[in-house]
Ligand binder design. Structure first.
Ligand SMILES: Cc1cc2nc3c(=O)[nH]c(=O)nc-3n(C[C@H](O)[C@H](O)[C@H](O)COP(=O)(O)OP(=O)(O)OC[C@H]3O[C@@H](n4cnc5c(N)ncnc54)[C@H](O)[C@@H]3O)c2cc1C
Length: 452
C-alpha cells in the first residue's frame, strides 16, 4: 500500500492497519502534507490541471478531523469572510458525485438553528442580512414550519433560522472518494508516510523529507490539520493554533423525524444516509490545556469570550506530551508524526451521557434508540476561527492551509479550489487575503465573529 491506486484505496477508517509505501517518488511539481479534506481536494483540483502531485499522509486518509466530523455542510451562520468560499463549495458538493462517479452521501436537506427564546431567535435573525448579501435562501421560520422539518420534538422552540440550500454528506465516504478521484487523475498518494520536515535552498523550499525518503519539490502545501502548528514551529514559522476535543455519537437506524441538520442548545443532530443520526452536544467541548495554551492564550481570549460556558478546560496527558515534544528534531530519526499515525482522542463519557439524555428529551420518538458508536476528534482552531491560507513569509514556495476551526468539511472543496489557484498562480475568483498568516502578527485586530 500506497502508492495508492484507485482500486486499493478502500473506504478508510481510523482502525485500518498501516502499510508503508512501496516507493517514494524522487520529485513532484507540488507535495501536499496531509490527507484530510483540504489536502485530498486540493490534490484533486491540481491533478485535473495536469500537475504532478504527491500527497503524504502519516496515517490514513481522513483518519483525523475529516473522517470524524458531524458531516454538516452549512453556509448558515458563517463568518462573512468565508462566504465566497462556502458558496463556491456548495456548488462543488452539488456536482461532486456526478463528477467523480462515487457516492459521497451528499443531500441538500437544509440546516436549522432552533431557538428556545425570542432573544436567541433575534440573534439568529441578524445573520439573514449576510445571507441576503450573498443571495442565500436563509430565513427565520415559525414554530409551525419548524415542526414540519423536525417532527414531534419537545424542544419548546419559538422558531428557527433555516437555510434550505445547506446540506450534509458522509465524511467517511466523501473524503476517501475524493482521494480516489485524485488518484485516478494521477496523484501519487502515500499514506503511512509521515513528513518530518522540509529542506530549503536560497530561501526557497527545495524538498520534503519523509520517513521514506526525500521528495524534491519547489512548492509544498502544509495541510496538516491539528499538526500544522508543531510542524511549522520546527521550521521557524509560528501558527497560533489550539485544539478542542469534540465527542460525537451515532445512533442505530431510527424513525425519520428530520431530513437535514438541526442545532439546539441541548442537542445537534444530522440525519445519516444509513437511517441513523449523528448526534452531539454542540455546547460541550473541551480544550486540553497544553503549553500552547499559554503561548497563544491571549490571542484566543476574544474567541473564548464568545461562548465561555461551552468550553471546559482539562489538564491531562496532552500537556505532558506537548511539553516533551521538542521544537526541532533530526530528520533522519523517528518523529512525533511517525509515532502518532492517527490522533484518536477518547470520547468523553459525560458528553455521551448528556447526548443520550438530551436526545431522549428533545426527540421523544428517538428515546431508547441505540447509540451504536461514539468517538472524538480534535478540532484545531485559530484565534479568529477562520483558516490560515497563504505562503509563509520566510520560505518561498511553502504554503499553509489550516485552522478551519470546526467547519472545514463543508467548505473543504471550495477552499481547495482557491488553494489550488494560489499554488498555481491562477485566479480562482476567491480572494484569500483575509486568511493570510501575518494577520496574527502585523497588528490586525483579531476579530472572531459571533458564531450563531
Ligand atoms: C468532532 C468534529 C466535528 C466537526 N463537524 C464539522 C461539520 O459538521 N462541518 C464542517 O464543515 N466541519 C466540521 N468539523 C471540522 C472539519 O472536520 C475540519 O475543519 C476539516 O476536516 C479539516 O480538514 P483538514 O484537511 O484541514 O485536516 P484533517 O482532516 O485533520 O487532516 C490533516 C491530516 O494531516 C495529516 N498529517 C499531519 N501532519 C502530518 C505530517 N507531518 N506528515 C503527513 N501527514 C500529516 C494528519 O494525519 C491528518 O490526516 C468538525 C471537526 C470535528 C473534529
Amino acid at each position: 500500500m500506497p502508492e495508492t491506486t484507485p482500486e486499493n484505496l478502500v473506504t478508510q477508517t481510523w482502525t485500518q492497519p498501516f502499510d508503508s509505501p512501496r516507493s517514494c517518488p524522487e520529485s513532484a511539481d507540488i507535495v501536499i502534507i496531509g490527507g484530510g479534506i483540504i489536502g485530498v481536494s486540493t490534490a484533486w483540483f491540481l491533478a485535473k490541471q495536469g500537475i504532478n502531485v504527491v500527497l503524504c499522509e502519516k496515517g490514513h486518509i481522513a483518519g483525523e478531523q475529516s473522517g470524524r466530523n458531524w458531516g454538516w455542510i452549512r453556509q448558515q451562520g458563517r463568518d462573512t469572510r468565508e462566504m465566497p468560499m462556502i458558496v463556491e463549495s456548495l456548488k462543488i458538493w452539488r456536482g461532486l458525485e456526478k463528477e467523480i462517479g462515487e457516492d459521497v452521501g451528499f443531500a441538500e436537506t437544509g440546516c436549522l438553528y432552533a431557538a428556545r427564546t425570542n432573544k436567541q431567535l433575534d440573534k439568529y435573525a441578524e445573520w439573514v442580512k449576510t445571507a441576503v448579501e450573498y443571495g442565500l435562501d436563509t430565513r427565520v421560520i415559525s414554530t409551525d414550519e419548524l415542526d414540519r422539518y423536525a417532527q414531534a420534538s419537545s424542544g419548546n422552540w419559538c422558531g428557527a433560522l433555516y437555510t434550505a440550500s445547506d446540506g450534509r454528506a458522509e465524511p467517511h465516504k466523501a473524503v476517501p472518494a475524493i482521494a480516489r478521484a485524485a488518484v485516478r487523475e494521477g496523484v501519487t498518494l502515500l499514506s503511512s508516510c509521515a513528513v518530518r520536515g522540509i529542506e530549503s535552498s536560497a530561501g526557497r523550499v527545495s524538498a520534503v523529507i519523509t520517513e521514506h525518503g526525500a521528495i524534491r519539490s519547489s512548492v509544498v502545501l502544509c495541510a496538516a490539520g491539528a499538526w500544522t502548528s508543531v510542524f511549522c514551529r520546527s521550521i521557524g514559522i509560528t501558527v497560533p493554533q489550539l485544539k478542542v476535543r469534540g465527542t460525537v455519537t451515532r445512533t442505530a437506524p431510527a424513525p425519520n423525524i428530520l431530513e437535514g441538520c438541526l442545532f439546539d442548545d441541548k442537542i445537534a443532530i444530522r440525519r445519516r444516509q444509513d437511517g441513523g443520526y449523528t448526534a452531539v452536544n454542540g455546547m460541550l467541548l473541551d480544550h486540553p490545556v497544553t503549553p500552547s495554551t499559554f503561548r497563544f492564550g491571549t490571542k484566543f481570549l476574544r474567541a473564548f469570550m464568545l461562548d465561555p460556558a461551552g468550553m471546559r478546560l482539562s489538564l491531562g496527558r496532552e500537556f505532558i506530551e506537548e511539553w516533551n515534544t521538542p521544537s526541532t528534531w533530526d530528520l533522519d530519526a523517528e518523529t512525533i508524526f511517525d509515532r502518532t499515525r492517527v490522533l484518536d482522542p477518547e470520547p468523553d463519557p459525560r458528553v455521551v451521557a448528556s447526548i443520550r439524555r438530551n436526545l431522549d428529551d428533545v426527540f421523544p420518538q428517538l428515546a431508547g434508540i441505540d447509540i451504536v458508536e461514539s468517538w472524538a476528534g480534535m478540532i484545531e482552531a485559530t484565534p479568529d476561527a477562520i483558516p490560515v491560507i497563504g505562503e509563509a513569509a520566510n520560505y518561498a514556495g511553502f504554503f499553509i492551509a489550516t485552522g478551519f476551526s470546526g467547519h472545514g468539511f463543508g467548505i473543504g472543496p471550495g477552499a481547495a479550489k482557491a488553494i489550488a489557484g494560489m499554488l498555481t498562480g491562477n485566479d480562482s475568483g476567491i480572494d484569500l487575503k483575509e486568511f493570510r498568516l501575518s494577520r496574527f502578527s502585523d497588528g490586525t485586530p483579531i476579530r472572531p465573529q459571533s458564531s450563531v
